[in-house]
Design a protein around this ligand. Sequence first.
Ligand code: BGC
Length: 371
Amino acid sequence: MHDEVKWITRATFLIALGAAPLQGAVTSQDWGKLPDGRTAHLYTVSSPTVTIKLSDYGARLVSVSVPDRNNQKADISLGYPDLASYGPGKDPYFGPIVGRFGNRLNSGTFPLEGKTFHVSTNEGPNTLHGGKEGFDRKMWLGKVLRDGVLFTLVSPDGDQGFPGKLTVQVAYTLTGNSLKIHYSAVTSKPTVVNLTNHGYWNLSGAGNGTVLGEQMQIFAHHYTPVDKQLIPTGEIAPVEGTPFDFTKPKAIGQDIHAGNEQLVLAGEGYDHNWVLDGKAGVMHPALLLYDPASGRTLKFETTEPGLQWYSGNGLQKTKLPNGQNYPKYGAVVLETQHFPDSPNQPKWPTTELKPEQTLNSTTVLTFGVKK
Ligand code: BGC
């Protein structure tokens, strides 16, 4: 508490002086109320180059402002300036932590310790991003840190049907050009967990055209094909010789209209999990994104085994803050996580968490420019 007051005061003082915020300056303000009366807060975390806004509603990234090669700043993460624009049916998971289980669980069902669990379904017969009231719809408890914000959520035993009381902490901290997202969780009973941040990125600026010209490199030689409900089939397929090969930098749009069956299933685009080459549990590179137009770059490093990557194939159904619609492919969602539907794929890296264990996971996003 002491720390919080000290840092808010210091940042306010600097702003009053008209000074550039110090690295790690953090402020907090009220962000209004949800229709059910819950109050949300908006946090601003600044370094000399990067300004990030976060909210306790969904422990979400609201905006990320970074310079281009001419030092012009733009918000490169899709979001809304007002709380009222967020909510079920309004935003397609803009920036939150998704959980308890990121991506899909086939038929909302999984086996665990000899029992079959049925969890909340919210996409036909399946569960997407933790069910009807996933972690993106929860009000987390925010605590201002010296260089970021720590969000805590206690998800009760049986929440959306998942077993065990799960206590989750997600810390967003900003150092220079790097945003670290650290996840930890403990449970009272054996359960399954798959946490990630669901930020939408467009390095040309949110709402500024499509990402088809942006170049992606993914540090993965395999991916997990899906069925028509976008549930992994269980196969681990090589990317070589397919549109899924991003082992060398390639424009996102290069092969997107190639008519590949997997791309067609996902709505003429990518919505798949890549099996990262690096060792899970230790930091390894996941991807590099580069926008030739603005010069902006974005690098993801992670301890997670997978990268679910979605090319905004359905984004044309979503409104921009100005009331117009986003274009299809108006952003990419980059989700470092365990593989979708892992509890139903016993050979894949496990997503089980036991009471004697602590889940620890880190992803670092580094923003840059190429001249
Ligand atoms: C999923 C997409 C889904 C989107 C919802 C992504 O993480 O992979 O299939 O449409 O979230 O916004």
